[in-house]
Design a protein around this ligand. Structure first.
Ligand code: ATP
Ligand code: MG
Length: 232
């Protein structure tokens, strides 16, 4: 389980995360929703150690991780699919996927695991192509594949449907559902696409002004009026 307790973060004088607390459980998809600029990406960067949290606790599998560097969090079984994908455009698809294997050694670090290509067959077809030559949707699948290559127990995704065509969104949704059904991974999904989030969420969180302002079970999102809180 991921436990975030009273997290605070600032950019200069702006107080971005204001005492934010929540949990994300293994075997569940936790969807975090919120309008532009509320601090969703800032939260995820804090969870990955890319920016230090000013105050508050982050526990993963019962251990504090707030002092760990990003690669140590990857070693602890946490993987991140950043907003905007951030694949390596000049490297091949296969080389991008190998980047996800940094926490392994020996032959495990030099071979893309077959399950990645099974989840995303398009990456097998394209494995010799440069990342930059892929469509936006294929790049998103590559970014998810690269994160999964580290065989995480916590998968964090930042708006994976942003700017992606509907057919690929459907495939990504199917992969998230498959991973959730395995029951051995906590999935923290930041989304602004309400319908996508509502379909996948076991638990939902609504973020506004740097805090969680509403939370509940995914099945109750419609009756609890979540769409109106997160759409313009
Ligand atoms: N490096 C930075 N320096 C200063 N301010 C920043 C920085 N990055 C983000 N911000 C500001 O912090 C606030 C939160 O940004 P953040 O990117 O976390 O929001 P978000 O919820 O992810 O938004 P979006 O839905 O557009 O991705 C915004 O007001 C943003 O302008
Ligand atoms: Mg963001």
């Amino acid at each position: 389980m991921l436990q975030v307790d009273a997290l605070h973060q600032y950019y200069g004088g702006s107080h971005i995360l204001r005492g934010l607390s929540f949990e994300a459980r293994v075997g569940e998809v936790t969807c975090l929703l919120g309008r532009n600029g509320v601090g969703k990406t800032t939260l995820l960067k804090c969870l990955m150690g890319l920016i230090p949290a000013k105050q508050g606790a982050v526990n993963w599998e019962g251990k504090p991780i707030a002092g760990l560097k990003p690669h140590q969090r990857v070693n602890a079984g946490i993987a991140y699919v950043p907003q905007g994908r951030e694949i390596f455009p000049r490297l091949s698809v296969e080389e991008n996927l190998l980047m996800g294997l940094s926490r392994f050694s020996g032959s495990q670090a030099t071979r893309v695991p077959a399950f990645i290509y099974e989840l995303f067959p398009v990456l097998l077809d394209m494995r010799g192509r440069r990342g930059g030559d892929l469509s936006g949707g294929q790049q998103q699948q590559l970014a998810i594949g690269r994160a999964l290559a580290s065989q995480p127990r916590l998968l964090i995704l930042d708006e994976p449907t942003e700017g992606i065509q509907p057919s690929v969104i459907k495939e990504i949704g199917g992969v998230i559902r498959t991973l959730a059904a395995r029951g051995d991974m906590a999935i923290l999904l930041v989304e602004q696409f309400y319908d996508f989030a509502a379909e996948l969420a076991d638990q939902y969180l609504v973020m506004a002004r740097g805090e969680i302002v509403q939370r509940g079970r995914g099945a109750d999102m419609a009756q609890e009026g979540v769409r109106g809180l997160v759409t313009i």
